[in-house]
Design a protein around this ligand. Structure first.
Ligand SMILES: O=C(O)CCC(=O)C(=O)O
Length: 291
């Protein structure tokens, strides 16, 4: 058992935690971590020494682990480690919640910062509870009654898709949160393509409001953990040189909505004009769901 100290990093979310070793984490530490995650949503443990196997073992305390469905590891080839290496183009510089193109996106991630530049390459997180709570009531009401199509286009797999509510209920806190991201969310299902584009642009900008965010400056050996259900993150692409992360990802849970969608999906029947190309992906997904 460590002598843990918690220092809050931002008003919206984030805390840095020191005073113990995660390589030896047992049941007591796992309970503490769950509590810290519920309170701060993203937590950082600097100066940890952890092997790949210990990292994987740590992840297993929180649930089943998953391999990355689309991307390959440049270094370890380990089935439960997902790696991003900047020298190989691995910089996640678009705001996202991990793998929302899956029916059950991951619940949490544990990231090990293996190598990083002295300056630059910070990561930012945003609080999706706050993004929901600070919207006006008419906007909250609209968002609660609609769903969105997510796909894996950034991994060159636009055929991998899932539909999720735009406002999700967190299964543990039972709080509502705004659940669309600029990386994977493609289309509001119940709206025309034009309306969807405008609304998604607004919502995906809104979540970036600096008041909802925290920014972390890395040192090698830091372990970060985040609740993937109520946050998004973004890597600041302002550095040169090597930056290598290894991530363990805990498998997902069902995405529950605040209420049923207010209408059927927007798919017009009959003759399709030139503009119907905008609805093609949605039609394909819905057709696939029926078979
Ligand atoms: O490299 C980072 O700081 C975050 C990487 C990332 O976006 C991810 O693991 O999903």
């Amino acid at each position: 058992m460590g002598d843990w100290k918690v220092r809050k990093l931002g008003a919206a979310l984030g805390a840095e935690i020191t005073g113990g070793s995660l390589a030896e984490a047992g049941a007591q530490e796992i309970d503490l971590i769950k509590g810290w995650l519920a309170e701060h949503h993203v937590i950082f443990f600097p100066s940890q020494t952890i092997s790949v196997e210990e990292h994987v073992e740590l992840g297993k305390h929180f649930g089943e682990l998953e391999d990355h469905p689309n991307l390959k590891n440049p270094f370890t080839q380990h089935p439960y480690i997902f790696e991003l290496a900047a020298t190989q183009g691995g910089v996640a510089d678009e705001w996202h919640t991990d793998i929302t193109f899956q029916e059950e996106p991951s619940i949490m991630s544990i990231l090990h910062m293996v190598k990083c530049p002295e300056i630059g390459g910070d990561t930012m997180w945003t609080n999706l509870y706050q993004a929901y709570e600070e919207m006006s009531v008419p906007m909250q009401t609209l968002c609660e009654g609609i769903t969105a199509l997510h796909d894996a286009l950034p991994h060159s797999r636009p055929d991998k898709m899932a539909i999720h509510p735009v406002v999700r209920i967190h299964p543990e806190t039972v709080r509502k949160l705004l659940y669309v991201n600029e990386h994977f969310t493609r289309r509001i299902v119940e709206m025309s393509a034009g309306e969807s584009e405008v609304l998604l642009k607004y919502l995906t900008e809104w979540v970036k409001n600096p008041r909802f965010t925290v920014r972390y400056q890395w040192t090698p050996g830091t372990i970060a953990m985040w609740d993937n259900r109520c946050t998004q993150h973004f890597v600041v692409n302002d550095f040169e040189g090597e930056r290598v992360i290894q991530r363990v990802t805990v498998m997902g849970d069902q995405v529950d909505s605040a209420r049923e969608p207010m209408t059927e999906p927007w798919v017009r029947s009959g003759y399709h004009g030139a503009t119907s190309r905008h609805d093609k992906q949605l039609r394909q997904f819905l057709r696939g769901q029926k078979t």
